[in-house]
Design a binder for this molecule. Structure first.
Ligand code: CP
Length: 329
C-alpha cells in the first residue's frame, strides 16, 4: 500500500500511480463510513485550503468546502473575479503568496489552452500541494468519485466490465472535454474495457488518446474509439456502465456559435430508455452533472433505477476528503 502522498500535487489523473489511487479509495471508504457513523475525523485541524475558481461550480465548491470543514479545517472560497489576477497577479506570484498563506491550493480553470498551464505554473511556484478542481484537460476528482461509485456497485474487480463513454447532445454551452479525458486515462488502469464513442467532430486530444491506449496496454484491457455520426446505439450494446455526457467540438473550434452549429447536427445523441435497453439489464447510467435534462438525457433515465448520478455527486465529497487528508498532513 503506497501511503505517503504528503505534499503531492494532483493535476493530471496519472499523477498518482494505480497503487496510490487504491490508497485514496481505501481512505475515502473509511471516511465515508466515519461520516455515516458520526465518528470525528478531524485530520486537518487548523489547515486551510484555498479554493480559487475561474469558472462556476455547484458540486465542486460544495464538496471541497464541506469536506474541509468535516476534516477540521477550512476551505476558503476565492472567486478569481474578486482578486487582483486581472490587474496583474501572475501565476508565480499566486503560487508563492497563496503557498505561504494556505496549506494547499485548489484551482478550477477550464479556459481552453490556458487552464492547465495556469495550474502547472502555480504548482511550480507553490510550496504546498496544487489540486485540480477541473481544467480544460482533466477533471481528476470527478473521475475518482466515478471510479469509487462504479466499484461500490459492480465490485472492486472491474476486469471484463464494459464501460461506454459517449458524447451526448447539449444545447446549453460547449462543455469541457476534461471528464471524458480523465475517464479514458483512469478506467483502463482498473481493468475496465473502455469504449469511447462520439461524432467525428468531437475528438479528444490525440496525446490523451495515446496515453489512454498505453494505460490499456499496460493493464491488458481494451480501449476502442468509435468516431461515427450514428455510433451511440451500437457502442452501448452489452455495456455495464453507460457514461454519456456532452462536450464541445473543441479540437475543431472553441467559438461558441460555430461549435453550437456543429453540435446541433447530432440532437439524436440522447440517453433515453431505448438506448439503455441496448446495454446489460443491470447497466448503470452515469453523468457528472450538470446535465441538460431531456436534451442530453431523458428525465426517465436520469431519475430512473439505473441512474447513479447522485451517488457520484456524493462520492466527490469522500474521494476529495481522502486526497486532502493524505496530501495536506
Ligand atoms: N461535476 C462537477 O464538477 O460539477 P460542478 O461543475 O457543479 O462543480
Amino acid at each position: 500500500m503506497r501511503t505517503d502522498l504528503r505534499n503531492r500535487d494532483l493535476i493530471g489523473d496519472l499523477d498518482f500511480s494505480k497503487e496510490e489511487v487504491e490508497t485514496v479509495l481505501d481512505v475515502a471508504w473509511d471516511l465515508k463510513r466515519k461520516r455515516a457513523l458520526g465518528e470525528p475525523h478531524a485530520y486537518l485541524r487548523d489547515k486551510v485550503l484555498a479554493m480559487l475558481f475561474f469558472y462556476s461550480s455547484t458540486r465542486t465548491r460544495g464538496s471541497f468546502e464541506a469536506g474541509m470543514a468535516q476534516l477540521g479545517g477550512h476551505g476558503a472560497f476565492i472567486d478569481s473575479e474578486t482578486t487582483q489576477i486581472s490587474h496583474g497577479d501572475t501565476e508565480r506570484e499566486m503560487g508563492e503568496i497563496f503557498g505561504r498563506y494556505y496549506d494547499a491550493i485548489a484551482i478550477r480553470h477550464v479556459t481552453w489552452g490556458t487552464g492547465n498551464r495556469y495550474l502547472n505554473l502555480v504548482a511550480e511556484a507553490s510550496r504546498v500541494p496544487v489540486l485540480n478542481m477541473q481544467c480544460e484537460i482533466y477533471h481528476p476528482f470527478q473521475c475518482l468519485a466515478d471510479l469509487m461509485t462504479i466499484m461500490e456497485i459492480k465490485g472492486r474487480d472491474l476486469r471484463k466490465r464494459k464501460m461506454v463513454i459517449s458524447w451526448a447532445y447539449a444545447s446549453s454551452y460547449l462543455k469541457p472535454v476534461s471528464v471524458p479525458q480523465s475517464l479514458i486515462l483512469q478506467m483502463p488502469r482498473f481493468g475496465m474495457d473502455v469504449v469511447l464513442v462520439h461524432p467525428p467532430e468531437f475528438n479528444l486530444m490525440p496525446e490523451i488518446i495515446d496515453q489512454a491506449q498505453e494505460q490499456a496496454r499496460i493493464a491488458k484491457t481494451s480501449f476502442e474509439v468509435i468516431s461515427d455520426k450514428d455510433g451511440m446505439e451500437k457502442a452501448v450494446k452489452d455495456a455495464d456502465v453507460v457514461y454519456a455526457k456532452s462536450w464541445g467540438p473543441l479540437l475543431v473550434t472553441d467559438d461558441p456559435e460555430e461549435g453550437k452549429k456543429i453540435q446541433d447536427k447530432y440532437k439524436h445523441w440522447i440517453t433515453d430508455s431505448k438506448l439503455m435497453s441496448k446495454a446489460k439489464e443491470d447497466a448503470i447510467y452515469m453523468h457528472p452533472l450538470p446535465a441538460d435534462r431531456d436534451i442530453e438525457v431523458t428525465s426517465e433515465v436520469m431519475d430512473g433505477p439505473s441512474s447513479v448520478v447522485f451517488d457520484e455527486a456524493e462520492n466527490r465529497l469522500h474521494a476529495q476528503k481522502a486526497v486532502l487528508a493524505l496530501t495536506m498532513r
